[in-house]
Design a protein around this ligand. Structure first.
Ligand code: ADP
Ligand code: MG
Ligand code: MG
Length: 507
């Protein structure tokens, strides 16, 4: 490894270790100084007074609403019950029963008899809290503090918001860099789209589509978008940092190609949850392949690169020969209309490749022509070596069914895939709650991507001038912080430890 790469890597590793509050700038207090409450009037008038959004969905809002409730004697039990119900969701199946009994004994018998008969506790609890308590909250200083945080959330985002570390990879329109928010120390990956490249290749709609789809998602199995902003030369998407490398790297670059069966099952299950999340939002992903599945520090995966994803309007289908050769479903190749089925085909390809160490329609090291690949995908039956268990063979062949209407996942969606015997050992409730320990944890001292100098430099485009029509598009893109993710970042750094910071601006 060259010296340049070693320096870049060790700077990144050090930043990662210090990630969180240790890595934040000594000027962070200045950066996060609350505005005067009088400056929040406009916001107070315009903000939508929606209980669910303000007190449940937005992390800072939720925290402040809880603090408000804790400050009112008559609401303390409600909030303790809410906490207990949330804790209940994080309990393993074995511990749930006992904890459930505890909840019933502690809260329902003694304090709140009417709820005892209620079939759906959570709904009733929120129904109650969204009434008078929510009204009182909006008159309290806790809500003022919330507005101040909202003002900070809306501060403009620029290059100066971040520190930049090493280059992580290269994409179609630009580079991806590791970066760190100065005010909080949080690490992210910044995907840059060079304005001139976007313009030359007419990528405006695609860039905006990716950004808009990402900002509407909130899943632990898909990368999150925390910020979207622009610099003089680039449009930037700041995404969940995935330090563990992509699945392609893990399948091919560490020993014999392929992964052991526990890892295959675990990654397949998490990807399946990610796809289900996208499909629930009517989004077809269309680009499932090992390269696009990234690992985080702990070894959980997220789906990334939503450049080809599309949102379908209700009941409709799309057409378009997009995706990556070798992973496209037969109905995509033959240019038919299609829906969610193509992602189940993609999952089949992915599971196959993780087990076999090569994709289903190409042998190792082979360079098949496009037309040949297409012919195989449409007509050939894939082969299963003895690396495949009975369940794995069965699942892959059901997912790799050529007719999209007969394919597994096309009848009743993802649950059908999740209940296949291949996933017998996976508890999907616990998996969705993030409670399952990954079978492999990336080494925190290793950087799982190509050396800096091996990533080709991004060529510059000449002869493209940017004008006011471009500016219109840039301003649609440049929306700054994505509320929920920004608030999560802030909560992680400040609220876990002390309640004081949240309360007192000069703490
Ligand atoms: P494109 O859509 O242009 O192909 P990608 O989103 O695939 O761009 O990103 C290009 C490369 O950057 C990826 O192959 C990967 O190496 C790296 N990368 C992208 N997103 C992340 C992330 N969230 N964390 C770490 N590395 C990333
Ligand atoms: Mg890509
Ligand atoms: Mg892309």
């Amino acid at each position: 490894m060259e010296i340049e790469s070693m320096v870049a890597n060790s700077a990144l590793i050090k930043a990662r270790e210090g990630g969180g509050s240790k890595g934040r700038s000594w000027k962070w207090k200045e950066m996060l100084r609350f505005p005067q409450i009088s400056q929040c009037r406009q916001l107070a008038m315009n903000i939508e007074r929606d209980y669910y959004s303000l007190c449940v969905k937005q992390p800072i809002g939720k925290k402040l609403f809880q603090l408000f409730c804790r400050s009112q004697t008559d609401l303390q039990n409600h909030i303790s019950l809410q906490d207990a119900l949330e804790t209940f969701e994080t309990k393993s199946d074995e511990d749930r029963r006992e904890f459930g009994i505890y909840i019933i004994q502690r809260f329902l018998r003694r304090y709140w008899a009417p709820l005892w008969t209620s079939p759906c506790l959570c709904v009733d609890l929120h129904k109650y809290l969204s009434g008078d308590p929510f009204m009182q909250y909006q008159e309290s200083m806790f809500f003022d503090r919330f507005l101040q945080w909202k003002m900070l959330e809306r501060s403009p985002i620029t290059k100066q918001t971040f520190r930049q570390y090493r280059l992580l990879g290269k994409g179609g329109f630009g580079e991806v860099w590791a970066c760190q928010v100065r005010a909080t120390g949080m690490m992210y990956a910044c995907k840059k789209l060079e304005k001139t490249h976007v313009k030359k290749r007419r990528g405006e709609a695609m860039a905006l589509n990716e950004k808009q789809i990402l900002e509407g998602l909130d899943s632990r199995f898909v990368v999150n978008l925390a910020y979207a902003y622009e610099t003089k030369h680039a449009l930037c998407m700041v995404l969940t940092m995935m330090s563990g490398g992509d699945l392609r790297f893990h399948i091919y670059n560490i020993g014999v190609p392929g992964l052991d069966k526990d890892r295959v099952r675990f990654y397949a299950a998490e990807v399946c949850c990610g796809i289900i999340h996208l499909h629930q939002k009517s989004i077809v992903y269309r680009d499932l392949k090992p390269e696009n599945i990234l690992l985080d520090d702990n070894g959980h995966i997220r789906i990334s690169d939503l450049g080809l994803a599309v949102r379908l309007s209700e009941g409709s289908l799309v057409r378009g020969r997009v995706g990556t050769l070798g992973y496209m479903a037969p109905e995509v190749i033959s240019n038919k209309h299609y829906g969610m089925s193509v992602d189940w085909w993609g999952l089949g390809c992915l599971i196959y490749e993780m087990i076999a160490g090569h994709p289903p329609f190409k042998s190792r090291g082979e360079h098949a022509r496009t037309s040949e690949m297409e012919r195989r995908i449409q007509t050939e039956q894939e082969a299963y070596s003895d690396k495949f268990s009975k369940e794995a063979t069965d699942l892959c062949s059901l997912l790799l069914t050529k007719d999209p209407n007969q394919r597994l996942g096309s009848f009743s969606g993802g649950t059908e895939v999740q209940s296949h015997p291949f996933f017998h050992k996976i508890n999907f409730r616990m998996l969705e709650a993030g409670l399952i320990e990954p079978p492999f944890k990336p080494d925190p001292r290793q950087v799982y991507c190509s050396d800096v100098q091996d990533i080709e430099e991004f060529s510059s485009v000449k002869g493209v001038t940017l004008d006011h029509i471009d500016n219109n598009f840039y301003s649609q893109f440049n929306t700054g912080s994505v509320p929920i993710n920004w608030q999560n970042e802030v909560c992680r750094v400040f609220f876990l430890k002390s309640f004081y910071c949240l309360y007192d601006s000069d703490s």
